[in-house]
Every structure is written in structure tokens, then in C-alpha cells.
Write a protein that binds this ligand. Structure first.
Ligand code: NAD
Ligand code: MG
Length: 378
């Protein structure tokens, strides 16, 4: 029987991943989250995993007391989450938000687990080290992000070296067609209203700034060994074409579907096989029209900043990501304005010195200093 460990189990992806595991009869052996112990306790009682983990120490202590009547062991702190990624199980589905997911991904890979990766920040900040660990441990790293899953699905049966371009689609977010002057005073609630997807707060803000697409360009460079110049971002308002590839002979292959994360989550677990999945089916006649446009990179600066960061390489992407995590937190707390997110991300990325190779320590230091830069310059 398949045994799955779910990191970030109380979040948007995590809760859907649990449903997918239940529908497929997979055993969930471990669950980890930040501090939402109410839901984590409920999930633990329902799924009876071997271990649960909370990155928040106090929450873990409380959970230990709550689960005293069960045989479920409770691990605590960031190290506890990493340990959970190495327990009995064949695959770790990482749906933690932010760079907090990087060490658990590496722990899972180094323990010989296959990883289904929703936590894109892992690849953005530490792509080179993650890929090296994946190769050394001969495990697989499969994308959960819908665009990268679509690219991966489109690549099935395509011979190596036949891809000439990636067409990465973007919904355009809640502020599509707006200009900088319209965005000066937008509120948190306006930014949190995504037109097509229901997701966690951080990625929803990233969709409003187009930082999410910038992070996804970097994620695609690492996952598919493609040059940034060979990735074309297309604004596709309907979120039906989840992304596409262009082959050397000009053929374009895409994956289409309704906007539902359960399919990419499931495919990362069943690959190379397919399994049934309930939910709304795509009706192209209901949709009628599919539109594609170039993104407005003048208004939405985070996208070109990320593209430049991956072109320069080294620690620039880690700095862009760290600055963004800090800036989004400040925006959600009402401490900075919407447009400041991009300004701070751009400035912190420029401030990060250019280097070639890097270690995990370097990545964590670049993340820390980018956050510090944002706090000093907000
Ligand atoms: P979310 O905020 O809904 O959930 C995040 C989860 O991570 C929660 O369970 C939280 O408790 C846990 N968490 C936070 N900090 C942690 C820590 N330090 N240690 C352990 N657990 C911690 O976020 P989400 O929308 O589910 O997104 C998760 C990841 O998936 C992000 O990287 C996001 O970019 C990516 N993603 C999400 C979607 C989506 O539809 N939501 C789509 C594509 C990719
Ligand atoms: Mg995506």
C-alpha cells in the first residue's frame, strides 16, 4: 500500500491532498503543520498517522496533551517537521508555504523519499542544492503546481531534447488590466480576491503582484532544465489551459482542465498512472473562448525581477523570494502598501551580491538578509 507523508496538511493544498489520499486508499503516515492544532488534531484522529509535527513549539506541546489518548507521536519545532519527512512512507507531499519548506524537502530527499512538491519556494531559493540531492539519492521530484504539472503531463512521450519553449499561463490575478495609479491604495481584501482559484493567503497575494508567475518561471527553469528566455508567460484569464510546451517541430501540446488542484495533486502521486477523480469536467463549449495576452511587466514588476534573478542565478532568486515573503507578511499586516511589495522585492534582489555556487547555509543567509533589507527599507 502507498504510504504518504503530508507536510502543510492544514492548508489549502494539504487538505485537498488528504482527500486525494483517501479517495485512492493511500495510508497517510505523517502530518505536519505550523500552528493550527485544532485542524491537525482532527486530521490526526481521522487518519491515525504514526506521527504528527508542529513547527510551532507551543502548539506541539498543546497537541501532545490533546493526543495523549492515542498512540500518535508528536514531533515539535522545525527539526520535528524535518524528522517527520523521514519516517515510514514512500512519498512526501510538501505543501508547506514559504522557505520553511526547504529543509523538510531536503530531509525527505536525503531519506530516499520521492517528493511531490507544491512548495515552489523550495526550488526558487535552493533549486541547485535540491536537484543535486535528488540526483544523488535517485528519487523523483514531481510538481504539484498546476502549471508545472501541465508541462510535465504534456512532456509524457516527448523524446529528450525535443522541447523548444514553455508557454506558462497566468490568470492575471484580481488586478488584471490595472495600472500603477489604480493600485496605489488597493486593500488587502481586494488583493485576496482571486478570480479563479481559492488558495492560501500568501500565494493569493503573489498572484495579485504576479510574483507567483515569477516564482513559477524560476521553478520551471529548475524542473525542466530550460533557459529563462525559452519560457513565455501568457496571461490567460480563463485558467483552463494550465500551460503548454512547444516542440522543435512547432507542435504545441497543452493540458487543459477546470481550475481544480486535485488533479495535479493526484497526478504527482499516481504518476505514471491515472486514477478516476470526481469533480466538474471541462466543457469547452461552456467556456467558448480562450484568450491569451502578453503580461504587463511595467505595472507588475515582480515578474521581470524574478526573470532577471534566475538569469543572474546564484542567490538572487533566494533574495527575491525572501524579500517577497517578508513584504507580503507586512502587506497582510497592513504595514505597507500593495505597490511597495514589488519595490522592496526589486531593491532587495539588486542588493544581493552576485555569486555562482551556493550551499544551504548561503541560501538561508540570503533569505535572512533580504528579509532584513525589507524591514529596514519599508
Ligand atoms: P496555506 O497557507 O493554505 O497552507 C500552508 C500550510 O503550511 C499550512 O498547513 C501551515 O500550517 C503550514 N506551515 C506554515 N509554516 C510552516 C512551517 N514552518 N512548518 C510546517 N508547516 C508550516 O498555503 P497553500 O495555498 O496550501 O500553499 C502551500 C504551498 O503550495 C505554497 O508554496 C504555494 O505556493 C503552493 N501552491 C499552492 C496552490 C494552491 O492552490 N493553494 C497552488 C499551487 C502551488
Ligand atoms: Mg501555479
Amino acid at each position: 500500500m502507498r504510504e504518504i507523508i503530508i507536510l502543510g496538511s492544514t492548508g489549502s493544498i494539504g487538505t485537498q491532498a488528504i482527500e486525494v489520499c483517501q479517495n485512492n486508499g493511500y495510508k497517510v503516515t505523517g502530518l505536519a503543520a505550523g500552528s493550527n492544532i485544532k485542524l491537525l488534531e482532527k486530521q490526526a484522529r481521522q487518519l491515525n498517522p504514526l506521527y504528527v509535527a508542529c513547527s510551532d513549539q507551543n502548539a506541539a506541546n498543546e497537541l501532545k496533551i490533546k493526543l495523549k489518548d492515542t498512540s500518535i507521536k508528536v514531533l515539535s519545532g522545525p527539526d520535528g517537521v524535518c524528522e517527520l519527512a523521514t519516517i515510514k512512507g514512500d512519498t512526501v507531499l510538501n505543501a508547506i508555504v514559504g522557505i520553511a519548506g526547504l529543509r523538510p524537502t531536503l530531509a525527505a530527499v536525503n531519506a530516499g523519499k520521492n517528493v511531490a512538491l507544491a512548495n515552489k519556494e523550495t526550488l526558487v531559493a535552493g533549486g541547485d542544492i535540491v536537484k543535486k540531492a535528488v540526483a544523488e539519492n535517485k528519487v523523483s521530484l514531481l510538481p504539484v503546481d498546476s502549471e508545472h504539472s501541465a508541462i510535465f503531463q504534456s512532456l509524457q512521450g516527448v523524446p529528450n531534447g525535443s522541447i523548444s519553449k514553455i508557454l506558462l499561463t497566468a490568470s492575471g490575478g484580481p488586478f488584471y488590466a490595472k495600472k500603477a495609479k489604480d493600485l496605489e491604495n488597493v486593500t488587502k481584501n481586494e488583493a485576496l480576491k482571486h478570480p479563479n482559484w481559492s488558495m492560501g493567503a500568501k500565494i493569493t497575494i503573489d498572484s495579485a503582484t504576479l510574483m507567483n508567475k515569477g516564482l513559477e518561471v524560476i521553478e520551471a527553469v529548475h524542473l525542466f532544465q530550460i533557459k529563462p528566455d525559452d519560457i513565455e508567460v501568457l496571461v490567460h484569464r480563463q485558467s483552463i489551459v494550465h500551460s503548454a510546451i512547444e516542440l522543435t517541430d512547432g507542435a504545441v501540446i497543452a493540458q487543459l482542465g477546470t481550475p481544480d488542484m486535485k488533479l495535479p495533486i493526484q497526478y504527482a502521486l499516481t504518476y505514471p498512472n491515472r486514477a478516476g477523480l470526481c469533480g466538474k469536467r471541462l466543457s469547452l463549449t461552456d467556456i467558448g473562448t480562450l484568450t491569451f495576452e502578453k503580461p504587463d511587466t511595467k505595472t507588475f514588476r515582480c515578474l521581470p525581477v524574478c526573470i532577471n534573478a534566475i538569469k543572474e542565478g546564484g542567490l538572487k532568486p533566494a533574495a527575491a523570494n525572501g524579500a517577497n515573503e517578508q513584504a507580503v507578511k507586512l502587506f497582510l499586516e497592513g504595514k505597507i502598501k500593495f505597490l511597495q511589495i514589488a519595490e522592496l522585492v526589486e531593491a532587495a534582489t539588486i542588493a544581493q551580491p552576485t555569486v555562482k555556487g551556493y550551499s544551504l547555509t548561503d541560501v538561508l543567509e540570503a533569505d535572512r538578509s533580504a528579509r532584513e533589507y525589507v524591514l529596514k527599507n519599508m
